[in-house]
Design a protein around this ligand. Sequence first.
Ligand code: SAM
Length: 294
Amino acid sequence: MEVHILIEEIRQARKDCGWSQRFLAERIGCSAQVIKRLEAGIGSVETLVAVMDALEFRLTGVGPGMTLANQLREKRRKRGWSVAATATKTGLSPSTILNLERGGGSVASLVRLLGKLAPTARRRAPERAYWGEGDKADRDSRFTPPKFLEAIHEAFGEIDLDPCGHILSPVKAKRCFLLSEGDNGLTDKWSGRFAFVNPPFSQQQKWLRRAHEQWTAGHIETVVCLVPTRTDSEWFQEVLSKVAKVYLLKGRLRFADPRGQEQATPFSVMLVILGSTAPQRIRLQESVSGLWMI
Ligand SMILES: C[S@@+](CC[C@H](N)C(=O)[O-])C[C@H]1O[C@@H](n2cnc3c(N)ncnc32)[C@H](O)[C@@H]1O
């Protein structure tokens, strides 16, 4: 049986992590045999998705969406294909297609669907922080400069929530989610008026999606995310940029690491702002140099 490129890439991703089939199986709570079969293209989409999550394996070339099921549905809609037309093109039954769009089904039918619907679907290159060589262990714990925080405070008022806080960070929020306290900003519900988010840059996309999801759900009124300027993903262009105001900062910010040593980013950064008012944006541009992305 021919193994789809997606399955081959998943196998490669596991190897890149240095994980055996057994280790991956233990992480997601199945047997090594299940992983072996999956890597031969046999198994359920449910297991495949669990494996993709464990490997932080994301796809490009499918539609926008938080889950593979949503991405498939969005891609089909974007191409203007009805379920019946998709069934004719793929040789799958309409109920199989609907099942795949609900997160069910088999890997074999998924592969068949992708072959017609999204033939260019590939693994998205893993995100990296690019803080440079050495000291990679703490690259995700770089703190927002205090002067910059003052400008944020001036423009947006007091910070209600820092969903990715750190005990040593100068961010003074009414509420902080701290990994050290067992909190998790990616799963705990956000609340309050204003959240300031300087996330681990190696997981930028994940955090932007979380911010967008919590804001869309109405859990938080205004969210300001400070992240590297990466605007190339389909999701950014098709979804986030349509609702967010994006401010491209001029120059480089100097972030401090947990030992207090400062370093300017070797990449440009931007603010992705959800739910802001015109006066807030005017105040921001008065104290922070930058350019609005239109
Ligand atoms: C770039 S630092 C920013 C710290 C602080 N928010 C600031 O702006 O100075 C990102 C922090 O997110 C924390 N973090 C990573 N994953 C997290 C999670 N799932 N939930 C909460 N915090 C997380 C890390 O401990 C790290 O200190």
